[in-house]
Design a protein around this ligand. Structure first.
Ligand code: UD1
Length: 463
């Protein structure tokens, strides 16, 4: 079992880049199945969820190749419409393939992704939307079998909640449906706009993505394009919180500051000095963070649910009591029990979490309960006195590319110990610049102003 071993209380300092957005790359990869041609997708992060999406594409008959952070999908010969249960289970968001398969073949058979660690995650909105687009659903022993023998038809679809995945599925399915589809109460996340940019690059006619009304005028077919995935705003937010929780000074560059617009006032309320410009955000944390009175997770542009757990970790050492209300998922506080092992004072009641800041945390052995909750434990380990051991890394590896490398480039003491006892360590070097394709950061010591190329990381083998 792999684990991360962290020796905490190192102030992080330097600059990093973050990888491409997982939540953009996944629907874009799914949408590539709808394309009658070759899609070249750049800035695709190296994550296990992306591997799972590639497995599904290959199973569907697409030819997929990968070179560094570029994934090339040739869906010309796609001939399969069924996703077996084992592939559906590899990734919770596999349902986003539904619209693409149905749109391309007029048929889609898959299993429900099921409940998960952060809540039930029903797919009723996805199913109802496909039915409104003309698909007929038959349920067969847990399998969902959709048919649209005469193709999909544009429709007016009003979502009862601005579901990110349902909005994406509708946009993909409607891209080659006959006529116009109008989605009202659509999700407005940046990943929705990125997906629309990809689809429009393939010849789709999508307007209004990023607003709550999205209009899709179906086209007969899509052809291939090249697309670069947007930077990962959740990873960027997480690393800024790592800087904050370690009293650090860090810059995250090559991001879109507006995408993390809901986090920046929270960091300021916590006493951090924030400077943002064009494509970067720099943070300088105070010696002791202040409490943040109330944070409510909301659909974009509100505070993202995916940053709730990392924020909790930061607030465990703030001065005073903070409250978080989780409005998106019904059980997204699994990290609280693990954070308490560090000495954090957290109580959870329903959707409300109360965090009473303590002066310091003490290292602990903890298990990542889910993706973002797992990284919250890393943040606690970075802040804590002594040694922390984090297991359950399969959750964290779904959404963060080489987190130990990025944190070490910022001066943290983190190593990944593999199953065979070998340690993967990433240490600072003063002059070499890393290859952007390796996924490790071009980190540096400069902490203010425009980011500069600086130190790099290298992989070493410990005894
Ligand atoms: C996406 C993100 C995830 C993020 C979430 C909310 C990806 C791959 N994942 O997930 O990281 O946490 O948005 O920002 O992009 N719901 C229903 N019925 C449905 C669909 C959703 O009730 O058919 C509910 C969900 O249970 C949840 C809420 O709507 O309570 C939001 O879910 P949704 O926006 O769909 O999240 P995902 O697309 O699954």
């Amino acid at each position: 079992m792999e684990k991360l071993i962290i020796h905490g209380q190192k102030r992080l300092h330097g600059e990093i880049e973050v990888h491409g957005s997982k939540n953009s790359a996944l629907p874009i990869l799914a949408a590539a199945a709808l394309v009658n041609g070759v899609s070249e997708i750049h800035n695709c992060p190296k994550l296990t969820d992306i591997d799972a999406a590639i497995h599904i594409l290959m199973h569907l008959g697409c030819r997929v190749s990968r070179s560094g952070h570029t994934v090339t999908v040739d869906a010309t010969a796609m001939n399969n419409w069924e996703v077996p249960d084992e592939l559906m289970r590899e990734m919770r968001s596999s349902v986003v393939f539904l619209g693409a398969i149905l749109g391309r073949t007029g048929h889609a058979k898959l299993t429900t992704p099921g409940g998960c660690e952060i809540g039930l995650r029903p797919i009723d909105l996805h199913i109802s939307a496909m039915e409104q687009l003309g698909a007929v659903l038959e349920e067969d022993a847990g399998k969902l079998d959709f048919h649209a023998p005469n193709g999909l038809q544009g429709a007016r679809i009003t979502l009862s909640f601005p579901s990110v995945g349902a909005t994406e599925n509708i946009m993909i399915a409607a891209a080659t449906a006959k006529g116009r589809t109008v989605i009202t109460n659509a999700a407005r996340e940046p990943e929705i706009s990125d997906l629309a940019d990809f689809l429009n690059g393939c010849g789709a006619h999508i307007h209004g993505a990023g607003d709550s009304t999205v209009i899709i005028d179906g086209v007969p077919k899509l052809s291939g394009t090249c697309h670069t995935v947007i930077p990962d705003r959740i990873a960027a937010s997480t690393y800024l919180l790592a800087g904050a929780v370690t009293q650090g000074k860090i810059c995250v560059r090559d991001i879109v500051p507006a995408h993390i617009g809901a986090l920046l006032p929270v960091l300021k309320e916590a006493g951090c000095d924030i400077t943002a410009s064009g494509r970067w955000v720099c943070l300088s944390a105070p010696p002791r963070l202040h409490r943040v009175k109330m944070t409510r997770t909301m659909p974009y542009p509100g505070f993202p649910t995916d940053v709730q757990a990392p924020l909790t970790a930061m607030l465990t050492v703030a001065d005073g009591t903070s409250v978080i209300i989780e409005n998106i998922f019904e059980s997204r506080y699994k990290h609280a029990a693990e954070l308490i092992r560090f000495g954090a004072k957290i109580s959870v009641e329903g959707r409300m979490e109360v965090i009473e800041g303590v002066p310091y945390l003490t290292g602990a052995s903890v298990v990542a309960p889910d993706l973002r909750g797992g990284f919250a434990l890393i943040l606690a380990g970075l802040a804590a006195r002594g040694e922390t051991v984090v297991t359950g890394l399969e959750h964290i590896d779904r959404g963060y590319e080489t987190p130990e490398a990025i944190l070490c480039a910022l001066g943290a003491d983190v190593k990944r110990v593999q199953d065979n006892g070998t340690a993967k360590e990433y240490t600072k070097e003063q002059s070499t610049k890393t290859d952007g394709e390796t996924g490790v950061p071009k980190g540096g010591n400069k902490t203010t102003g425009t980011p500069q190329p600086g130190t790099a990381v290298r992989e070493t083998t410990a005894e």
